[in-house]
Design a protein around this ligand. Sequence first.
Ligand SMILES: Cc1cc2nc3c(=O)[nH]c(=O)nc-3n(C[C@H](O)[C@H](O)[C@H](O)COP(=O)(O)OP(=O)(O)OC[C@H]3O[C@@H](n4cnc5c(N)ncnc54)[C@H](O)[C@@H]3O)c2cc1C
Length: 314
Amino acid sequence: MLERVSKGFFHLLAQSRTLQVVASRVGMRRPRSFARRFIAGENIQEALEAARAIERRGLLLTLDHLGENVTTLAEAEAATREYLAIVRAIVDAGTSRNVSLKLTQLGLDVDKAIAVDNLRRILEHAEPADFFVRLDMEGSHYTDVTLEVFETLWQQGNRGLGVVLQATLRRSEQDLQRINALGGRIRLVKGAYTEPRAIAYQRKAEVDAAFARMMKVLITDGHQPAIATHDENMIELTRRWAAEHGVGPERFEFQMLYGVRRDLQASLVSAAYRVRVYVPFGRQWFPYFMRRLGERPANVAFVVRSLIGEDRRR
Ligand SMILES: Cc1cc2nc3c(=O)[nH]c(=O)nc-3n(C[C@H](O)[C@H](O)[C@H](O)COP(=O)(O)OP(=O)(O)OC[C@H]3O[C@@H](n4cnc5c(N)ncnc54)[C@H](O)[C@@H]3O)c2cc1C
């Protein structure tokens, strides 16, 4: 219940233009500004620096250029060009060829056909260079269309593309069966959006139970699945389930967010598991940042402390 209220509250705040303007001015201003805990930087150079540091720690990564819900075709075109430039920059830098993106960033709210064309343009450059492109999953309003786009491109032969399923949605176990049967690569998450009772589990115990059921199917029958969580119970359960079913650590990966549970990331790497860090960067960091606060209200104390610290340092 508390988690739901907290998520809802921060989603509401995320829509405040004033807060966004104020936060955007101070959140990334200095090397120790508060948003830097979760955001790797505002440009690709900063993101690549973070990427190299992550790889030195034995971790894998996926880069996400922040941005969502663009409202004009010009913005969608700019986001697409940005991703094409990122693909080139990653190749030049020699870091992990793996990116995550959102369809609403490529213009889904403006014109679905153009958003799909934009995705195709990115894949045309990314796939021959051995990139893996993950379609992040957004709020439930976009579930059908995101899965439909994924399944269409998959049927057309785009094998460097993967999708995300959210355990919180009641429909996800069925989606998993279908996408798994296709051979699609799935990232399993709990779900970052506040969703209505009719379509989503509301209690943490119910979400965790659905996550566990889906994890089990993915580990034994999935295709290089990603178990994306910081929940130690879910991670422990995954490790045990994989070991009991003879599934080696090379057949799946854990994924965690940049700046979250770095201790757990390190301990899994030292136990020989593959761990991929989701590395977000860019100037449009505010909605992403607010979702992270909503997941763990204790993060607000961290923001307040760093603001006070920043005041003192000034
Ligand atoms: C790699 C990756 C990709 C993701 N992609 C998507 C996506 O495409 N669509 C989507 O809806 N959601 C996505 N998410 C977010 C996900 O849905 C959850 O909202 C988020 O991971 C928190 O849930 P949890 O599984 O960590 O478990 P929870 O039960 O929420 O948390 C378990 C523990 O993890 C730690 N923790 C969790 N979140 C934070 C935080 N923000 N700050 C500090 N500690 C924290 C705390 O110790 C907490 O007790 C992604 C998450 C990851 C890791």
